[in-house]
Design a protein around this ligand. Structure first.
Ligand code: SF4
Length: 309
């Protein structure tokens, strides 16, 4: 069976080993974030649609769970904004009929002002929305939202989700050096977060290649300082922590390519993510480079590989 909708299990900074389920086509999103690791949005929309048949998605999830060691989470995320999938509730419930592995929804949080969207994620075990700005000006600059989404609607939507949803919310704040990693901006973001009242606040920054080259990573020490401005539930999420020693399984160069189609990775990221030896990873990467399927880039002293396909 091909990996049309699923990827990984990949190491996740927050979720351990996570089986990704991608339910919208590549770069279909309500935002076009300047920091997006997937590149610029090609289909900016707020149209809710059944992009792929529910039955096919669930069939592939079932198959992948038989092939691989048990992941820590099944995560709806991937190539765009998963809440644009009109039947996401059926995907969540369908996964829960297959397995008791917790289901997480990784979302930009832009559509929870729409009743149907808010109601459709209530059965998830964990929701990880984003909030990257403290006012409409920075929201427009950083997230470049669809014209139907205002800053107020987005924040009100997150508050409504909080009052309706009984599961855990971990809010991710993506900080950009010189733009939002400034005390005055952080305090504005914090005021919004205080209204949403998530269980955790997780600070992230541009450790992978962003959509726009002018986006700068915030140094770690500065991130720690900023975390101090939040409450004790705030943490800086380190890249690729929490990988587990599950039993060995075989990965092929196709798995490496699938992973690199989703996001740029270093050799270590690929080894950890697919649980293969570093030497084997180097071999696959070299083959993919030779065949011109992937490219190599340097960023912040790291060498990252990404798909050209
Ligand atoms: S970072 Fe997420 S929300 Fe922003 S454009 Fe990329 S996929 Fe969409």
């Amino acid at each position: 069976m091909t990996n049309k909708f699923t990827f990984g299990p990949v190491p996740s900074r927050r979720l351990g080993r996570s089986l990704g389920v991608d339910i919208v086509p590549f770069k279909t999103c309500t935002y076009d974030c300047i920091y997006c690791q997937l590149g610029r949005t090609t289909n900016k929309t707020t149209n809710l649609k059944e992009y792929f048949p529910v039955r096919e998605v669930l069939q592939e999830v079932r198959q992948r769970l038989q092939e691989f060691p048990r992941p820590d989470y099944i995560t709806l995320s991937g190539s765009g904004e998963p809440t644009l999938y009109s039947r996401i509730d059926e995907i969540i419930n369908g996964i829960k009929e297959i397995t008791d592995i917790p289901v997480a929804v990784l979302t930009n949080g832009s559509l929870f002002w729409i009743d149907k969207v808010r109601e459709s994620v209530l059965e998830a075990d964990l929701i990880i929305p984003s909030l990257d700005a403290g006012d409409k000006k920075i929201f427009q600059y950083v997230n470049r939202p669809h014209k139907d989404i205002s800053f107020k609607k987005m924040v009100d939507g997150l508050c409504s989700l909080r009052s309706r949803y009984s599961g855990r919310i971990w809010l991710e704040v993506f900080l950009i050096d010189g733009v939002t990693a400034i005390k005055s901006e952080v305090l504005k973001i914090k005021a919004c977060i205080d209204r949403v009242a998530p269980e955790r606040v997780q600070l992230n920054t541009s450790v992978r290649i962003p959509a726009e080259s002018f986006v700068d990573m915030v140094p770690k020490e500065k991130m720690e300082e900023i975390a101090g401005l939040f409450n004790s539930n705030c943490e800086v999420i380190a890249d690729y922590s929490g990988t587990h020693n599950l039993r060995e399984f075989t990965s092929t160069r196709e798995d490496v390519l699938e992973l690199l189609k989703r996001r740029p990775c270093s050799i270590e990221d690929i080894s950890d993510g697919l649980n293969i030896h570093r030497n084997e990873t180097v071999k696959y990467v070299q083959e993919l480079l030779d065949r011109n399927f992937i490219r190599m880039e340097r960023r912040n002293k790291r060498v990252l590989y990404s798909s050209k396909l």
